[in-house]
Design a protein around this ligand. Structure first.
Ligand code: UN1
Length: 505
């Protein structure tokens, strides 16, 4: 590849409306995992500036909450229009900054457009309810009010979509949004902020200054956000270690957190599975995004009667899949994000070997020189679910285990600390329903005849146990961005007390 990535990046950022002055002179070096080259030096937000930005967001909230919700929806509609227009450029920028193949970069922006559309409809459906009162001439209702500024901490692997799942909902719910993106992906955050500014300009004066703010930097800036009592809701995506810290800090000040943390997702391949479909689904689930989704398929539990039919085919797909520069059209697996990710993958594979695992693949491949980290995805046959299999390694490693009964497979699947996504491959309706029942998968997402990744925005997204319990995106996830208020209204002339209590004065 001879094309200069830094030059292309600057051209993309300029067309997306980012001020070129933001790309030089800072202390945060932004590298592309495609070649390892430096794209920009972004200035980090100081703690004093972060404090000011949070103050601006708090101020913006005070006016934004008074704009009628369907009008707020109109703002999100305009943002969706900006994203539609910017899809090609922003998708390409995502691909450059985090190394996704282009179709996944574009898919990520499509996910942003989709959640904007969802939120526009939602802006007319933030429904409370009316409940029967036990008292005569009383009405009991429940309504939802804007919560306040929402802090969004996002990870490198979905550098822009995760912000949008939170922000599109937060905006229609009447909240302002403060974004702390991954230090590995500040450029796409700058680009999205520029698009938000365009949507604000198109919307006019009703969009207050500070409605969407951006703070860029390391842990100290994130901590300042998490500790700040002016921010009642913190939505954080990333590692379980980070989420535990965020959850504790937010709980200590009685804020609410929405945590979307590690996954260790499994699929069960049953005797009745359609093996061709299974093979394709497993390939995308385990190797898509180079194994760097929180929903990536990490464990494959295969029934002993189909193991020998499936494994050779799967090994052949693993050996043949195109790993390469994500700018090339036929590439399916791009680079790992950085050297640390590669080291973590090596460590996990060493641990698996020591525990008796048979490792196929996993070697580094030289595609674009020493500063980039491309690997052949690894398939690891294990005889049991040892400790290293219970950990999430953010790399393309698929552990494969045999099972003999569905109960055993479900037990193995659930016997990990994480609980994000899961799936079963089956055409036997009894096995499918058992898997989806209360005694089946313990995850926030349980799919049938598809992989564990690639969720649509319409459903609630998130998981149980060490995944953190938060829900983002579709269904009624919006409720986490609002505060609930119960209203009992007496329209009579007497004052009956609940539970028949008498208190006559
Ligand atoms: C993530 O990896 O943090 O379901 C999110 C999926 C995507 C989102 C992944 N829609 O794979």
């Amino acid at each position: 590849m001879t094309q200069d990535l830094a030059t292309e990046t600057r051209a993309l950022l300029a067309s997306l409306g980012v001020d070129p002055a933001r790309l030089d002179g800072g202390s945060l070096a932004v590298r592309s995992p495609i070649t390892g080259e430096t794209l920009a030096h972004v200035r980090e937000t100081t703690l004093a500036e972060a404090d000011r930005e949070i103050g601006r967001a708090a101020q913006a909230f005070r006016t934004w909450r008074q704009v009628p919700a369907p009008r707020r929806g109109e703002f999100v509609r305009l943002l969706g229009e900006e994203l539609r227009r910017a899809k090609a450029d922003l998708g390409r920028l995502v691909s450059i900054e985090v190394g996704k193949v282009l179709s996944e970069g574009l898919g990520e922006v499509q996910e942003m457009v989709d959640i904007c559309d969802f939120a526009v409809g939602l802006s007319r459906q933030l429904q409370g309810q009316c409940l029967p009162s036990e008292r005569r001439d009383h009405r009991l209702t429940e309504q939802w009010h804007p919560a306040g500024p929402v802090g969004v901490i996002s990870a490198f692997n979905f550098p822009v979509a995760v912000w949008s799942w939170n922000a599109a909902l937060a905006f229609v719910c009447g909240d302002s949004v403060i974004w702390k993106p991954s230090e590995k992906a500040p450029l796409t955050a700058l680009a999205v902020s520029a698009l938000v500014a365009r949507a604000c300009a198109a919307f006019g004066d009703e969009a207050p200054d500070g409605l969407a703010t951006l703070i860029i930097g390391a842990r100290d800036v994130g901590e300042a956000l998490v500790n700040d009592a002016r921010v009642p809701v913190i939505s954080a995506t990333g590692s379980t270690r980070m989420g535990r810290d965020v959850g504790e800090r937010v709980a200590r000040r009685f804020g609410k957190s929405i945590l979307e943390l590690g996954g260790n997702n499994a699929s069960i391949v049953t005797p009745s599975a359609d093996l061709d479909l299974t093979l394709r689904a497993v390939a995308f689930g385990a190797m898509g995004t180079a194994g760097q989704r929180c929903t990536t398929l990490r464990r494959l539990l295969v029934h002993e009667s189909v193991y020998d039919a499936l494994l050779p085919k799967l090994s052949a797909v693993y050996a043949g899949i195109k790993v390469g520069d994500p700018r090339e059209e036929d590439t399916l697996v791009g680079p790992l994000i950085d050297a640390d990710a590669f080291e973590a993958m090596k460590r996990a594979l060493d641990a698996a070997r020591t525990a008796g695992g048979r490792v196929h693949g996993g070697d580094r491949i030289d595609i674009n020189g020493a500063e980039s980290f491309y690997v052949r995805p690894a398939l690891v046959e294990m005889t049991e679910q040892v400790d290293c299999v219970r950990e999430e390694t953010f790399a393309p490693i698929l552990y494969v285990l045999r099972y003999s009964t569905l109960e055993e497979a479900i037990a193995i699947q659930n016997d990990v600390p994480q609980g994000l996504s899961s799936s079963i491959f089956a055409t036997d309706v009894r096995e499918i329903e058992q898997y989806l029942s209360a005694t089946g998968s313990d995850c926030g997402i349980a799919n049938v005849n598809m992989g564990t990744s690639g969720a649509e925005i319409g459903g609630a997204f998130g998981g149980e146990k060490e995944t953190g319990g938060g829900r983002e995106s579709g269904s009624d996830s919006w409720k986490a961005y609002m505060r609930r208020q119960t209203n009992a209204i007496n329209y009579g002339r007497s004052l009956p007390l609940a539970q028949g209590v008498k208190f006559d004065v």
